[in-house]
Ligand binder design. Structure first.
Ligand code: GDP
Length: 303
């Protein structure tokens, strides 16, 4: 139901247009597929992904001898879920969290995408699962970033390790690791800067932070999560590519899915980047973060 509510915009536009299409055509033909293609592309599903999807649909329609457009709807959702999973096994992509040891999550992303908010939500969720969580305020560049993280720390009731604005992010993360170790924390979530204006420096900074984490804790970081803003469409894709070049991104937090009618971007991201979407942001409140569930997502599109 959180999906249903959070994806209202996408659902209204998307399923409205699909239903309209089905009602207008009734019989499955080439024009129907062409219009369907357009609806999917408008929802930011991504041109390549749409092509694959339409091919799959056509094959299925032939195989199952489907004549009525109304019958195609169920096939579309089925194929979308299949497309998301690809060769992988089905199931939710949970965070790689150690059972009895400290897990380090590094969170990256461009300013304004909802990185800090997502860290706050994630801290809250992990805390509710009984984990002892510490945050490290690694965005020492953006004015107000540290205070904002502290604010979220209060809300989630977790400790925030920080230094002053302008200090070395790697030093802050180092402090965070020591604090997390001495408090026997389960999870350390590291915030990082997101000024893409100076890409080279940012990527250097991230590499340095990552090296510190790797040096201090073998096997860490256990996740490098990138926060991407669903409302920015293809920009989100190019941001993910940029960060992937500098660091091995293991998962995506797709924010502001509630703020867009183009939720199809999830499928494009999965297809074009092959990085799993682990969480989606469905609002501004602390509870508005959901593990990404492709079934619930696609159901949310059509419900
Ligand atoms: P950062 O610069 O990446 O750390 O971004 P912030 O965490 O400060 O978020 C930027 C804005 O996006 C804030 O106004 C947040 O409330 C808002 N925001 C973050 N996540 C979501 C979301 O899932 N849905 C909505 N509607 N707004 C969000």
């Amino acid at each position: 139901t959180k999906y249903k509510k959070g994806m209202k915009k996408t659902r209204n536009t998307f399923s409205g247009r699909i239903n309209d299409l089905i009602a207008r055509y009734r019989k499955v033909d080439e024009d129907f597929f062409e219009e369907l293609e357009e609806v999917l592309i408008t929802a930011d599903v991504g041109v390549m992904t749409v092509m694959d999807l339409i091919d799959e649909l056509k094959m299925e329609v032939k195989r199952s001898n489907i004549k009525e457009t109304a019958e195609v709807k169920a096939v579309i959702s089925e194929k979308m879920v299949e497309l998301y999973y690809g060769e992988d096994e089905e199931g939710l992509e949970y965070l790689n969290i150690q059972e009895d040891d400290l897990s380090v999550l590094l969170v990256v992303g461009v300013n304004g995408v909802g990185k800090t908010t997502s860290i706050g939500k994630l801290a809250h969720q992990l805390k509710q699962q009984g984990k002892n969580v510490v945050l490290a305020a690694g965005d020492t560049f953006r004015a107000g970033a540290i205070e904002q993280l502290e604010e979220w720390g209060k809300r989630a009731d977790v400790e925030v390790i920080k230094q002053s604005e302008g200090s070395d992010p790697a030093a802050v993360i180092y402090d965070g690791i020591q604090a997390a170790k001495s408090r026997k924390a389960d999870v350390l979530i590291c915030d990082t800067a997101g000024r893409l204006q100076n890409k080279v420096n940012l990527m250097k900074e991230l590499s340095k932070v990552k090296r510190v984490i790797e040096r201090e804790i073998p096997g860490a970081p256990h996740e490098v999560l990138i926060a991407l803003d669903a409302t920015t469409g293809q920009n989100a894709l190019s941001q993910a590519k940029t960060f992937s070049e500098a660091t091995n991104v293991t998962g995506i937090i797709l924010t502001k899915l509630d703020g867009t009618a183009k939720g199809g971007i999830v499928l494009a991201i999965r297809q074009e980047l092959d990085i799993p979407v682990k969480y989606v942001g469905l609002g501004e409140q602390i509870e508005d973060l959901q593990p990404f569930d492709p079934h619930a997502f696609v159901y949310g599109l059509f419900a």
